[in-house]
Write a protein that binds this ligand. Structure first.
Ligand code: PMP
Length: 406
């Protein structure tokens, strides 16, 4: 376990201390990651020294900014193993990405009698857009159950899937349990019935090496702020031919080919889906974030680091009688649990007094909470900066909570 501590990157993150200079044990990276200085600097330069609009200006600063914006697209495409930067759409985040697919692809392709396959552990942002589109199109939603150890049950999904299923949309990694989807098998099952396959990669992109060709999905979404980048920027990846067959979702500047009052024709992807002035500074800072995560060891080592911490925490929590653990033994850096007789909010409040930040709540996954039979869980999630001191601080806080609640 020693390598876990060695790998921690705390020093790169100015946010990892409290206001009075004490270590801050941040265990809420699944909600949003802290930012390394490299990202803060990139954002600051983009907003100051380098700031100008993109895609429009004839002056050199704007041309440079456009180059920077498109270089970020190329960087993200390479990071994801995409075939072309044209497959990368910048938008506000994963939520917007799923809404775009649901409202553009979904409205154009779904009709009464069609079915949408989700799973019991999805985040609300991979449930609600599909419900909205189901209401509009007459399609219906099916829910794939979970295995006993709370992974998406692909054997059950195989039995449930029919040619009426037009899309399968699943979390690559659960934001509550850290469960990792066997994505390649899920893709095969979806494609075998002719369905498109969307992966919600919000929790996977910051923790796992991505390769769009290997994964063989049709849509992949993630949010920049969970990958050590700023809020307000995310990525939708899709194959170019699928994107170019999809109608635009939002209309406005930058997404058109030609506009008259009689008719408007649209630019191809990615511009077709980037209406209006984009999140210029956020995209530039996202480039810095991708550079950062790859420069400090690569995704395989980040995955190993966070999974080792999760395994260690699970081992420790298993030794405490009052604690009930959720999720599979092998998880991607996220651990959910409940403490008998203590509401997760109370635990979270006591831990805060110890400078330990965990998440307590339903984690935007109420159907999963209903399945687990709890209104909320306590969740500790790890990042590049996490180490065994954070686990020790959490355990001290749990011990104190046990004493307080008797
Ligand atoms: N899906 C999953 C699995 C998530 O963890 C989150 C964020 N908690 C989202 C979707 C939504 O991401 P965002 O709020 O950044 O759009």
């Amino acid at each position: 376990m020693n390598d876990v501590a060695v790998l921690s990157r705390k020093a790169d993150f100015p946010g990892m201390v409290t206001g009075d200079g004490k270590p801050w044990h941040y265990l809420d990276t699944a909600a949003t990651a802290q930012k390394p200085q490299a990202v803060i600097d990139a954002m600051s330069n983009a907003l100051g020294r380098d700031y100008a609009t993109v895609h429009r200006g004839v002056y050199s600063r704007s041309a440079q900014m456009t180059q920077g914006y498109e270089a970020a697209r190329e960087r993200v495409a390479a990071f994801m193993g995409a075939r072309s930067p044209n497959e990368v759409i910048f938008l506000r985040g994963a939520t917007e990405g799923i809404n775009l697919v649901a409202h553009s692809w979904g409205i154009a392709n779904l009709k009464p009698g069609d079915r949408i396959m989700l799973s019991q552990l999805e985040h609300h942002s991979n449930i609600v857009p599909w419900q909205m589109v189901a209401q509009k199109t007459g399609a219906e939603v099916d829910v794939c159950p979970l295995t006993e150890d709370h992974r998406i049950d692909l054997d059950a999904m195989e039995r449930m899937l029919t040619p009426a299923h037009k899309i399968v949309a699943l979390a690559h990694v659960s934001n509550v349990l850290g469960s990792i989807l066997a994505a390649k098998r899920a893709a095969k099952l979806a494609h075998a019935v002719g369905a498109k396959f969307l992966l919600d990669g919000c929790q996977a992109a910051p923790r796992m090496r991505l390769d769009m060709t290997e994964l063989d999905c049709d849509f992949y979404v993630w949010s920049g702020h969970k990958l050590y980048g700023p809020t307000g920027v995310g990525v939708l990846w899709a194959r170019e031919e699928i994107l170019n067959a999809m109608p635009p979702w939002q209309g406005g500047g930058a997404m058109i080919d030609r506009v008259t009052f009689e008719e408007t024709t649209y630019a191809p992807a990615p511009q077709r889906f980037e209406a209006g002035t984009p999140m210029i500074t956020e995209v530039i800072a996202l480039h810095a974030a991708v550079d950062y995560v790859e420069s400090v060891g690569g995704m395989e080592s980040h995955f190993a680091h966070e999974s080792a911490l999760a395994a260690k925490l699970r081992d420790e929590l298993r030794g405490i009688n009052s604690i009930r653990l959720f999720g599979p033994e092998k998880s991607a850096g996220i651990v959910s649990f409940a403490m008998e007789g203590v509401h997760p909010h109370d635990l979270g409040t006591i831990l805060d007094e110890e400078n330990v930040a965990i998440r307590a709540g339903h984690h935007c996954a109420q159907p999963l909470m209903a399945h687990l039979g709890v209104p909320a869980t306590a969740r500790a999630s790890f990042g590049l900066y996490s180490d065994e001191d954070d686990i020790a601080a959490l355990l001290r806080g749990i011990e104190r909570t046990t004493r307080i609640f008797g």
